[in-house]
Design a protein around this ligand. Structure first.
Ligand SMILES: C[S@@+](CC[C@H](N)C(=O)[O-])C[C@H]1O[C@@H](n2cnc3c(N)ncnc32)[C@H](O)[C@@H]1O
Length: 378
């Protein structure tokens, strides 16, 4: 739900019922119209501190040129300062939507939009154009990084349901009908969809993903399939927008970047925080498309990863209850296979573009290898 007209940078009075709504796992977004003080670090910190302390899930900002520049005068440098401030807020907060400017989906060409109208248009128009120039390269760079494996249809094919560890062994997470599970770095919802039957119609899987274009796509895909016990929220692994001890379990799967960037400990701490005592958390590191010859020495690859994961799980409130190495043989996705696959699926998610993979001289069978650590919250 969205709470409208919240004063910037913090509300001037408590929001009635907010705590109850958040505790019921309903994502709360607040609508704010920042003034010039968005460029001021102290004002931003006040806002971010308030939003984090209330477990606000998303910020909807109205960037109104009349509120930002009441005297009607601003140039490119002023615009850039506002966009810098936005980047800082986005990096720290995770889910920020600019309510009155084209959304990422529009910029990616997935839906139509209309031009702004009304008084003050000239400044508004320059500001909008400047926003497009700033936002578009950012989004385009995300496309390349994230499109590779990211279509729900492909993911469902890639990881065969029968081989998926946690959905097939709900007892490892102590899941039962009615359980609430948080899926951290949920991407297009593959893990959430798989866990959905284990928690049943009365349960809930809350998927947290940093890219809105992915969580929106995941929500659509789940709706199309009539899966109703999933929630998709844009948000960050390092700041899960849920109060302490709200969930029965938390999972994270296939996010190499989190471990590589040293964010494993903060993510696991957040997962432990949102799970109730006695609940379980599981993280799975997934190495995809390994040549079989490399499998002869899997620990050569896993030494470092295993050390990162053990370090992240070494927290006083956690007791490790299981460690598993598992995986599956998969067909090669190099060479022509990869190009065909990409051509077939990419346009569904983003603008069509074509990349031909290097032709592999020696296409062969590959394996995906997973390492899972499961811990119980003390
Ligand atoms: C390879 S995908 C895996 C998606 C899903 N967990 C699965 O197994 O199918 C990794 C996802 O993690 C997301 N991600 C990476 N860092 C994140 C962070 N700090 N907070 C939230 N999501 C993040 C990426 O945007 C991407 O969608």
């Amino acid at each position: 739900m969205t709470v409208e007209d919240v004063a910037w940078p913090v509300p001037d009075r408590p929001i009635a019922g907010l705590d109850e709504i958040v505790r019921a796992c309903i994502p709360v977004h607040v609508l704010m119209a920042p003034d010039q003080s968005i460029c001021d670090e102290a004002a931003r910190s006040r806002m971010l501190g308030w939003a984090a302390s209330r477990f606000i899930s998303g910020l909807r900002l109205v960037l109104d040129v009349r509120t930002l520049w009441p005297d009607g005068d601003a140039g490119d440098d002023d615009f850039a300062r506002v966009f810098d401030a936005l980047s800082i807020i986005e990096n720290e907060f995770g889910d920020v939507l600019i309510q009155n400017l084209p959304s990422d989906e529009v910029l990616l060409g997935n839906t139509a939009t209309s031009l702004p109208s009304g008084p003050g248009l000239e400044l508004a128009d320059r500001f909008r154009r400047s926003y497009l120039r700033w936002r578009l390269p950012l989004l385009k760079s995300c496309e390349n990084d994230n499109s590779w494996s990211q279509t729900p249809e492909v993911e469902d094919k890639l990881v065969r349901a029968g081989d998926d560890l946690l959905p097939n062994h709900p007892e490892l997470l102590k899941l039962q009908p009615g359980s609430i599970v948080v899926d951290v770095c949920g991407g297009l919802g593959r893990v959430a969809r798989r866990l959905s039957p284990a928690v049943g119609r009365d349960g809930l899987v809350i998927s947290i993903e940093m890219f809105r274009c992915l969580s929106d796509r995941a929500r659509r895909f789940a709706c199309e399939r009539d899966i109703t016990n999933l929630q998709f929220r844009p948000g960050l692994a390092q700041r899960i927008p849920l109060p302490d001890a709200t969930a029965d379990a938390a999972v994270n799967e296939w996010t190499g970047g989190i471990w590589e960037l040293g964010m494993g400990p903060v993510m696991v701490r957040e997962m432990a925080r949102v799970v109730r005592p006695g609940g379980r958390i599981a993280a799975t590191h997934r190495l995809v498309q390994l040549q079989l010859s490399a499998l002869a020495q899997p620990w050569v690859q896993y030494d470092r990863i295993y050390a990162w994961m053990r370090e992240a799980f070494a927290q006083p409130e956690l007791t490790i209850v299981a460690e598993r190495i598992w995986g599956q043989i998969v067909p090669s996705l190099v060479g022509e296979n990869a190009s065909l696959w990409r051509k077939q699926y990419m346009p569904r998610l983003i603008n069509p573009f074509d990349v031909t993979y290097r032709q592999d001289e020696n296409p062969d069978t590959r394996a995906d290898v997973y390492l899972t650590i499961i811990a119980q919250r003390n």
